[in-house]
Design a protein around this ligand. Structure first.
Ligand code: ZN
Ligand code: ZN
Ligand code: FE
Length: 742
């Protein structure tokens, strides 16, 4: 029997070679009809003998192109037209835009081998790409994803490229960034008194790196600052020029073998490292060689090359490269030569630039493996924008503006949620600019104008202020920070019912106006109850205490001992202060001057790091956590416990006393084991509720893995595609609003 079906295919289906694949399958199955892109996804009609059409459908559903992700297929039987040809139709614009845009993908093996083939016309061409690889999100102005809507619009295709572009049997059929040496982008090296183009630029860049120079290199989503990671002086110079004392740098290595010489790598870590997303993977250091890269911690962030340009560069290089985002500390990644020249002229010796414009900036993604699962710490290049399908339709268009640190935004409309790439800390005008640009980009990509806004409760967050000033007459929802953390994890699991959540982080504005961060919440998408929390203490000097772990430790000592006793103590914390400072801080503490109350577990990590003598003044965010993790690897006998008073108050007193009285051989391990026990103890009270773990504290691998082992057998909800830290606050805000909108 002859049948004809109309298919509507949604998901990541554009710019990934979907139409030529479907064309190929249709020919194989002797089907007639057509396939085309629309702003709602891929539309196709397939006609032929029922049996072969069913086989074709099976093939489409089960063997989509490599980079595609099908979220749903609507199949509607229609009247056969008795055609005998299958066609690819060109895309037409229409009003509603909801097709997710694909993330940028690292260069594929086939392109790499063409680039290495002297007989190929793209031999040594650094911008080679195909429908399976290359830039996407970062070069796109608007949808549909077609060349005129990308920064490739300014390059006119040569005859040969055009032929491949139009040939459905070519692997570059409608590869929008298609290019060759004749017609495409070119590299250019700019150094003092020197300008080189093409392959010479790459060669000379490699020379400069070998000599120890610092070079800014334009990648997919912005510039990296690179230098020879095995040259101590180069790394030191970069630290001096960038004023970055000890914050770890990521490194890019030539290949897996080089990665293995620097770190211990399991099979699953290797898979992540070599995945097409090519994230920075945090790995256990195996060599003391690159101590300056990540001082005093046993973790190193490694990534493999991901653009053809990186591969060409490594042809001349046999050492690892520092690869850190080019920016001024805490500002967003720089993605234009102009801004680079203006801001980092004093930092770099040369710039390896190219003329394919970056439209949307994007950092590198960061992940690690804990108990054989991937945990994302930063979601950006290769992954973002992240689409999460909804099992219901949202009639409203909702924008969630996220937190103030590690900011991301997220939107919901129709059947999906889309979360942005990591935007970062919103402490500068540049960052706010990036935040607003991302909202505008999403507006264009998805024809999105919010009917409703969601934001944090913190009155001083830049995002809260922005939300309150934006479009006065639309509905706004404010969502408590830790509740949003919990909701984000629930959203990823499509969970709406009761969840027991341990939300542990550095800082968030609590419902009682104090600084929360050691919360145990039970709730659903409608409301939550705070069933337990950390025993509160005062933060000496407010924000200053965040930068100085010794202040958190002193605050705990003030809670437990008299001033006279503390002045007589001799431990790493008291040694980190002058006696007069301790007295002055004690006075401020007893009067409650500039010392807000907190229940933050992040600050307890600080305190223990100080008492253990491993971090007194932090030079980057998260330093004490990383050092605690490193120190916890030194096993020791544990005496202390963390108490849970009345099942409600998580009490650090026994632990602190035990450390001060020298009864702990590994204070770091005692902290981690104590916290894991606490989670086990509290979870046992609520034995049929799913457990969620969220907040930046759970970036600590040792803690997360200890908890996973203790709650085996229970339903454990952990973030899947989104970060465990504040990067997913926007998603949580969205999940709340989706279920509470009028
Ligand atoms: Zn390719
Ligand atoms: Zn060409
Ligand atoms: Fe947080």
């Amino acid at each position: 029997m002859r049948v004809r079906y109309r298919l509507k295919i949604k998901g990541v289906v554009q710019g990934v070679g979907f139409r030529p694949t479907l064309y190929k399958y249709a020919i194989e199955h002797e089907a007639a009809g057509y396939v085309k892109n629309s702003s709602e996804g891929v539309i196709a009609e397939i006609e032929g003998d029922e049996e072969s059409i069913n086989a074709l459908l099976y093939k489409i559903e089960n063997c989509p192109p490599k980079l595609a992700r099908i979220d749903r297929i609507d199949i509607e039987p229609i009247k056969p037209l008795f055609e005998n040809e299958f066609k690819i139709l060109s895309s037409k614009k229409d009003g509603s835009k909801s097709t997710p845009i694909s993330a940028d993908i690292s260069v594929c093996d086939r392109c790499l081998s063409e680039m290495r083939d002297p007989a190929n016309r793209r031999y040594l061409y650094p911008f080679i790409n195909c429908t399976d690889c290359g830039p996407r999100y970062t070069i796109t102005h608007t949808v549909p994803y077609d060349r005129p809507n990308t920064s490739m619009a300014s390059f006119k295709m040569c005859k040969e490229c055009e032929k491949e572009y139009k040939d459905p049997s070519s692997r570059r059929y409608h590869a929008q960034p298609i290019a060759c040496d004749k017609c495409g982008p070119q590299t250019i090296l700019k150094a003092k008194g020197l300008t080189l183009k093409g392959h010479e630029a790459i060669k000379e860049c490699a020379n400069l790196l070998a000599e120890g120079k610092i070079v800014a290199i334009k990648g997919i989503g912005g510039f990296h600052l690179m230098c020879n990671a095995s040259k101590t002086e180069s790394v030191k110079l970069l630290r001096e020029r960038k004023k970055r004392a000890s914050k770890p740098f990521a490194v890019m290595v030539k290949n897996l073998q080089m990665a293995k010489s620097l770190a211990t790598i399991s099979q699953i870590e290797e898979d992540l490292l070599t995945s097409k997303e090519r994230p920075i993977v945090l790995l256990k250091k195996s060599s003391k060689e690159l101590e300056g890269i990540a001082p005093q911690i046993d973790i190193i962030g490694i990534m493999l090359p991901y653009t053809p340009l990186h591969y060409l560069l490594f042809d001349y290089i046999d050492f690892p490269l520092v690869a850190t985002s080019a920016n001024i500390s805490e500002e967003p990644i720089i993605f234009t030569y102009e801004e680079l020249a203006q801001k980092l002229a004093g930092v770099v010796d040369a710039v390896l630039d190219h003329n394919r414009e970056i439209v949307n900036a994007c950092d590198d993604s960061v992940a690690h493996i804990v108990e054989n699962r991937v945990q994302w710490l930063r979601v950006a290049r290769g992954i973002a924008p992240v689409t999460i399908p909804l099992s219901f339709k949202s009639d409203k268009k909702i924008l969630a503006v996220g937190a103030n640190q590690k900011n991301s935004i997220a939107i919901a409309f129709d059947h999906q949620i889309v979360a942005s790439a990591h935007i970062g800390d919103l402490g500068s005008l540049e960052a706010m600019g990036y935040f607003e640009r991302t909202i505008n980009t999403f507006g264009k990509f998805y024809n999105f104008k919010p009917d409703s806004l969601a934001h944090d409760k913190h009155p001083n967050y830049a995002t809260t202020k922005w939300a309150l000033n934006y479009l006065k007459n639309i509905e706004k929802h404010s969502v408590q920070h830790h509740y949003a953390h919990m909701l984000a994890v629930m959203a990823e699991h499509s969970e709406t019912g009761n969840t027991l959540s341990f939300v542990w982080d550095g800082t968030g504005y609590g419902d009682d106006g104090t600084i929360w961060g050691g919360e145990v919440l039970i709730g659903d998408t409608k409301s939550f109850k705070r069933v337990a929390h950390l025993r509160p203490f005062k933060l000496l000097g407010g924000d200053r205490a965040v930068k100085e772990p010794r202040r958190a430790a002193l605050a705990l000592l003030f809670e437990l001992y008299r001033l006279k006793e503390i002045l007589e103590m001799d431990n790493p914390t008291t040694r980190a202060f002058k006696k007069s400072e301790i007295k002055a801080l004690h006075q401020a503490w007893s009067k409650g001057l500039n010392s807000p109350k907190t229940t933050s577990i992040g600050r307890v990590f600080d305190a223990i790091a100080s008492l253990a003598g491993i971090c007194q003044i932090a030079s980057y965010e998260g330093e004490s956590g990383l050092k605690i993790e490193t120190a916890a690897a030194l096993k020791g006998k544990i005496n202390a416990v963390i108490d849970v008073k009345d099942d409600q108050i998580i009490d650090w007193e026994p632990l602190v006393r035990s450390i001060v009285e020298n009864r702990e051989s590994s204070p770091a391990l005692a902290l981690i084991e104590g916290l894991a026990d606490t989670i086990k103890r509290i979870s046992d009270k609520y034995d049929d509720t799913p457990i969620a773990l969220c907040g930046g504290v759970f970036q600590n691998r040792t803690l997360l893995s200890a908890v996973i082992k203790r709650v085996k057998g229970r339903t454990l909800l952990l973030p899947k595609k989104m970060p465990v830290n504040d990067g997913s606050i926007s998603l949580g805000q969205l999940w709340f609003t989706l279920h509470n909108i009028d």
